[in-house]
Design a protein around this ligand. Structure first.
Ligand SMILES: Nc1ncnc2c1ncn2[C@@H]1O[C@H](COP(=O)(O)OP(=O)(O)OP(=O)(O)O)[C@@H](O)[C@H]1O
Length: 253
């Protein structure tokens, strides 16, 4: 099994508040992990540590065999150079609750922006790839529109295409459907299911239990900065063992 993500004993503090208290997670290449848990349990912070948006205070994270961050408790952080961080971030796509597209740029230009600016790839190549990606997320007819002309679900699909345009080896989703009107959630989840079928490695923080049940290879339940329980969906969702998992699921199911 090739490990795409291996996180061990990750700790994160904001001031004196310990938000991650020793989180472990392994995702094999091509695997999908869905992270569930109540608000404030540290799910977003954990994703942000993987993507260098936060620095961990202790523990270790590897992505595709390369170190993201490492620190012995109380010791010095293994510092990656800014250049190595930038390079690694290019291989990790992230989709947030809020899509933050550039409002003054067309859908196509939003998708092309990062590969052209950051990777300096040829515009012609990026354009072809971006058009194919927009077709894949069902937005071939909208490439010349501006984000403000699209629904929330369409904008989130653009955000997914934008992340994919960088050809990531790992996709992180942080509650990608939480800001959407209920009738628009399904179209975004369908795109994500397609990605999973195509073998993309994904970590998905979500409250969509049905999606987790259908798509996840592993479901991870976090509460209070720790992984309370993890396993296959039929274990964690259908037959949870821990009281905290049962209490959470009884509220959301
Ligand atoms: N930059 C920050 N500075 C201080 N505290 C923070 C910061 N980011 C997050 N926190 C706190 O860390 C805790 C965990 O937040 P986090 O967003 O990781 O949880 P979550 O499980 O993703 O919750 P939600 O489902 O509401 O997004 C919360 O108490 C939050 O207030």
């Amino acid at each position: 099994m090739t490990e795409m993500v291996k996180a061990e004993n990750v700790h994160k503090y904001f001031g004196s508040l310990e938000v991650l208290k020793g989180v472990d997670l392994t995702v094999p290449a091509g695997g999908v992990s869905c992270v569930l848990g109540p608000s404030g349990s540290g799910k977003s912070t954990f994703l942000r540590c993987i993507n260098h948006l936060e620095k961990l205070n202790a523990g270790r994270i590897m992505v595709d065999g390369e170190l993201v961050g490492y620190r012995e408790r109380g010791g010095k952080l293994h510092e990656m150079s800014e250049r190595d961080i930038a390079k690694q971030r290019q291989s990790i796509g992230m989709v947030f609750q809020r899509f933050n597209l550039f409002p003054h740029m067309t859908v196509l230009d939003n998708v092309m922006e990062a590969p052209c600016r950051v990777k300096r790839e040829s515009r012609a190549e990026v354009r072809e790839r971006s058009l194919a990606l927009l077709d894949r997320v069902g937005l071939a007819a909208k490439v010349d529109n501006y984000p403000g002309q699209l629904s929330g679900g369409q904008q989130q699909r653009v955000a997914i295409a934008r992340a994919l345009a960088m050809r990531p080896k790992l996709m992180l989703f942080d509650e990608p459907t939480s800001a959407l009107d209920p009738e628009l959630v399904g179209e975004v989840l369908e795109v994500m299911k397609g990605l999973a079928r195509d073998g993309m490695t994904m970590i998905v923080v979500t409250h969509e239990i049905g999606f987790a049940r259908e798509v996840a290879d592993e479901v991870v339940f976090m509460d209070g900065g720790v992984v309370v329980e993890k396993g296959r969906p039929d274990e964690v969702i259908t037959n949870p063992q821990q009281e905290r998992t049962k209490a959470f699921l009884s509220k959301v199911l």
